[in-house]
Design a protein around this ligand. Sequence first.
Ligand code: AMP
Ligand code: MG
Length: 359
Amino acid sequence: MTDVLSVDPERPDPTVIERAALIIRTGGLVAFPTETVYGLGADAFNDDAVARIFAAKERDPADPVIVHLADAGDLPLAARDVPPLARALAERFWPGPLTLVLPRAERVSPRVSAGLPTVAVRVPAHAVARALIHAAGVPVAAPSANRFGRTSATTAAHVLADLDGRIDLVLDGGPTFHGLESTVVAVEDGRVSVLRPGALTVEALNGALAELGAPPAELRRSGPSAGSPGLLDRHYAPRSPLILVRGPAAAVRAWLKEALDARPDTPLGLLLFDEDAAALQPLRPLHRLAALGSRRELAGAARKLFAAMRELDAASPAAIYAVEPDLEGLGLAMADRLRRAAAEVVDLGPREDPTARTA
Ligand code: AMP
Ligand code: MG
């Protein structure tokens, strides 16, 4: 059975946290809110507990898990030989949605790293997450709290939809703030490479690197690679096929209009920015819209993205149509998730300069 306990996201009740921490210390699994998405936590030193994460999620054992610390000062528990540039980035961005890939400390279960000599580490900026990790007294290995390959969980209800009966406890601290996972970077020879774009934008990262006198981050192409084995081409997928449309705004809207006109009596899902949705009104009753808000307010859109995908998917539409955001700021991470969630990408050519775009 999976218990659910409500917690105040800012001032969690210490007795609730202690109950959850006891489960972690004794090898169990607790889902908890972070500022990015909900994590599924286990004692990172306990090999059997980490194995339970993989079993509950049905996660590929070759996909390594991020280790969460209560405080940057605990870094030696999880990692060793931390390069000065990584230390400077941790100082700048922790607590927060930056994950650093570093040489793994001996006590961390090798299962966490899927056999790699490295470990991915971060300090989350969420009072519940930090209180839990602090009370557990061990680094907490925690991937996103969803079934492997499916859409990440941004509410306790999403966690239960995927993992009820498979984990011991869910701490319900309400919806998460960013709604996208952390940005994962590797630091080698004074250079930073982004292995997975995320809630910390590349622009913010590069701003800090410039101040530190380091070159801008290199963007690794997503897809299975030695750099980050978990970056599968297909991930975050809803059950209904997601069709991602990219290109100039006018072409995208015309394409969508035609696609909808061709299937007036088919249940379809639409995952759209308000600007694109407005151009397609009125919608037919079977064409259901999950609006992300304005494409100019990507923080709000990112926060809604995974919940909107799940909401549309729940109605089992024949297809879900989504439009790719501009590839800047949080748009880069949103586009990454959408591409990997997509069964098909419709490319209508290069888009216009986003700074010149109106409407
Ligand atoms: P999550 O499911 O949010 O915990 O995502 C974990 C992701 O972080 C993995 O899928 C990898 O892409 C990345 N990651 C974790 N550990 C490592 C590592 N040791 N080296 C490279 N990438 C890692
Ligand atoms: Mg995940």
